[in-house]
Design a protein around this ligand. Structure first.
Ligand code: HEM
Length: 207
């Protein structure tokens, strides 16, 4: 299946809007997490956690699913394919991992928003959980920045065709570089590490 050029442009507009919008929403979430952790102004702290709960459920979660869905549609509807080029497959992996971890973390986000809705939070209350949310927001931002960079540079060439690619680059893919291969391995290692630590090591019970 190949999209007509006008459909491809429309779908690409939707994909970029949702995926880069997700990144922007996470940046706002991070600012709120910093404010919630460092401010001594009780109403401000309260408002920050309430806003984190709302933006999490109504902006960040829908954006993650929309980015994933439009990305997959865009991949299968264009010559890029879902598993033909490393940059698309790596983005799929990063996006699925980020979405799973986001859903796991919605539990503490909702909990903090519920606590904040009932009363002011003291600076020491639930500090570990608040610190953890801040660290998770930083990690999410790094993953989304990586996905955006990969989208623009489109590195690593075609899957299963690395050697041939070096001699005869594909008209649609950028030439693979040896440093790029190390970045690819580092990214995959990071994704596996994040998933293992969160889903097995830390345990879902911590959230
Ligand atoms: C948060 C995650 C993602 C971000 C930030 C992101 C960002 C982008 C951006 C900025 C572009 C435009 C690049 C350009 O035109 O030069 C793009 C294109 C594309 N993305 Fe994503 N994307 C994400 C997830 C995904 C996923 C999960 C897939 C599918 C597995 C995917 C597949 C594609 C494809 C195939 C294109 C090229 C479309 C075309 O040329 O018509 N993306 N993405």
């Amino acid at each position: 299946m190949a999209f007509a050029p006008s459909v491809r442009k429309l779908m690409l507009t939707a994909h970029i809007t949702f995926s880069v919008g997700w990144l922007g929403a996470v940046a706002v979430f991070l600012a709120l997490a910093v404010m919630g952790l460092t401010s001594h102004d009780a109403p401000l702290v309260r408002a920050a956690y309430l806003a984190m709960g709302l933006s999490g459920w109504y902006v960040i979660v829908p954006s993650s699913f929309a980015a994933l869905l439009t990305g997959v549609v865009q991949a299968v509807g264009t010559p890029w394919g879902l598993f033909k080029h490393y940059w698309v497959a790596v983005k799929l992996l990063l996006t699925v991992a980020a979405t799973v971890l986001l859903l796991v973390h919605m539990q503490p986000i909702s909990y903090l928003a519920q606590v904040a809705a009932k009363a002011d939070l003291s600076s020491t209350e639930l500090r570990g959980m608040r610190l953890r949310l801040l660290a998770d927001a930083v990690a999410a931002l790094v993953v989304l920045l990586a996905a955006t960079t990969i989208s623009v540079y489109k590195p690593w060439g075609r899957i299963g065709n690395w050697l041939q690619q070096r001699q005869q680059p594909s008209p649609v893919a950028a030439t693979p570089t040896s440093w790029g291969q190390y970045i690819l391995l580092a990214l995959l290692g990071l994704v596996v590490l994040f998933l293992v630590v969160h889903l097995l090591g830390g345990g879902l019970g911590h959230h």
